[in-house]
Design a protein around this ligand. Structure first.
Ligand SMILES: Cc1cc2nc3c(=O)[nH]c(=O)nc-3n(C[C@H](O)[C@H](O)[C@H](O)COP(=O)(O)O)c2cc1C
Length: 369
């Protein structure tokens, strides 16, 4: 007679995973997704965020990650983004983390600074820059080089870099106090930290640009500051764009080297995405197209990874774990279509309904055996 845990671990996608002092009930995780839904422009999460995140926690995801949450007002992608640069924002997040935990999921926050890709409109109102006169702001970045046709940023001073590191640390502390049980630093998709990593956007000649050691300096400092600000038991995740998919850009080899280094700085899991820093990027999009990045980092840095990107089918997700490419998968768009994707996946992979992550209120709707 196999026990409950044995039955569940026979399906690795639904086996628990522990990072530091936090255990996720399974390895199907909700990817960070901006909702551009803070109408009051105060960075305070709304009922939309509670419902968006809460529905997926009730839908069986093991870890539920917030959208890119800004560490400063200028660090937002749009004025409608959430933030965690004030205690009041943190108080509102605390209600949401409490609900996610009640559903048995791990509440995680993605801490972000948009840099030169900030001050844009909600995507459904067009993607261009919003001028300061229209409620936007002047963006900053490593160098005064714009992203595509967005407004040009101002190159950050060393004092502004120091203040940004401090902002990541304070945001991380607030996040832990608000009940988040995992913190992800966003260093992907062409946002501030990625802008410093990539030679395409970083043309600095001081100690924050030029060589690999100098381009990674801000990311290493942000990781160290966040790690120092959160309790020992809380895992630290890092999202990286493994490649710029553009000539002269950030490379997979650099990603592996940085991951190996940061494994020694307390990063517990690498979340491998790609692209976002160069409008000319050429991405060979296909199911699971970013999985090889998770596999390389896992093999060469020896640290757990999560794969993301066009993972849509339960057997595909299971296969990524079976082949040793990653320790967890993040789902984004499939989870927008189907908030309870993990419940269907559990059924299709043969997890008994009694062992699947249904809220008690939903048990009568379990897939028939
Ligand atoms: C609506 C939407 C918003 C997103 N916002 C974020 C974000 O805030 N932070 C981030 O790192 N990635 C963001 N992404 C990227 C996703 O996390 C994910 O990496 C990407 O969509 C690929 O996964 P998928 O094929 O499962 O959608 C967003 C994606 C979507 C569709």
């Amino acid at each position: 007679m196999v026990g409950t845990l044995d039955r569940m671990t026979a399906v690795p996608l639904f086996a628990p995973i522990t990072l530091r002092g936090v255990t996720a009930r399974n390895r199907v995780w909700l990817a960070p997704m901006c909702q551009y839904s803070v109408d009051a422009r105060d960075g305070i999460p709304t009922q939309w965020h509670l419902v968006h995140l809460g529905a997926r926690a009730a839908g069986g995801f093991g870890l539920v990650m917030t959208e890119a949450t800004a560490v400063t007002p200028e660090g937002r992608i749009s004025a409608q983004d959430t933030g965690i640069w004030t205690d009041r924002q943190a108080e509102h997040w605390a209600g949401i983390t409490g609900f996610i935990k009640e559903q048995g999921a791990v509440p995680a926050i993605q801490l972000a600074h948009a840099g030169r890709k900030g001050s844009t409109a909600q995507p459904w109102h067009g993607r261009g820059s919003v001028a300061p006169a229209d409620g936007g702001w002047i963006t900053s970045g490593p160098s005064a080089r714009p992203f595509g046709d967005l407004a040009a940023p101002v190159a950050m001073t060393v004092e502004q870099i120091d203040a940004t590191v401090q902002a990541f640390a304070e945001a991380a502390k607030r996040a832990a106090d608000a009940g988040f049980e995992a913190v992800e630093v966003h260093a992907a998709h062409g946002y501030l930290l990625h802008q410093f990593l990539s030679p395409l956007s970083n043309r600095r000649t001081d100690s924050y640009g030029g060589s690999f050691a100098d381009r990674i300096r801000l990311t290493v400092r942000a990781v160290d500051a966040v790690r120092a600000a959160i309790p020992e038991r809380i895992p630290l995740l890092l999202r990286l764009s493994a490649t710029d998919w553009a000539d002269g850009g950030w490379t997979v080899e650099e990603t592996v080297e940085l991951s190996a280094l940061l494994s020694g700085h307390g990063v517990d899991l690498f979340d491998l995405s790609s692209g976002g820093n160069d409008p000319g990027q050429q991405i060979p999009i296909a199911p699971g197209y970013q999985v090889p990045f998770a596999r390389s980092v896992r093999a060469k840095a020896g640290t757990p990874t999560a794969a993301v990107g066009l993972i849509t089918e339960p057997r595909q997700a299971q296969g990524i774990l079976d082949e040793g490419s990653a320790d967890a998968v993040f789902l984004a768009r499939a989870a927008l279509r189907e908030p309870a994707w993990p419940l269907r996946a559990a059924h299709e992979l043969g997890v008994a309904a009694a062992d699947a992550p249904y809220p008690v209120q939903y048990r009568r709707g379990a897939y028939p055996a």
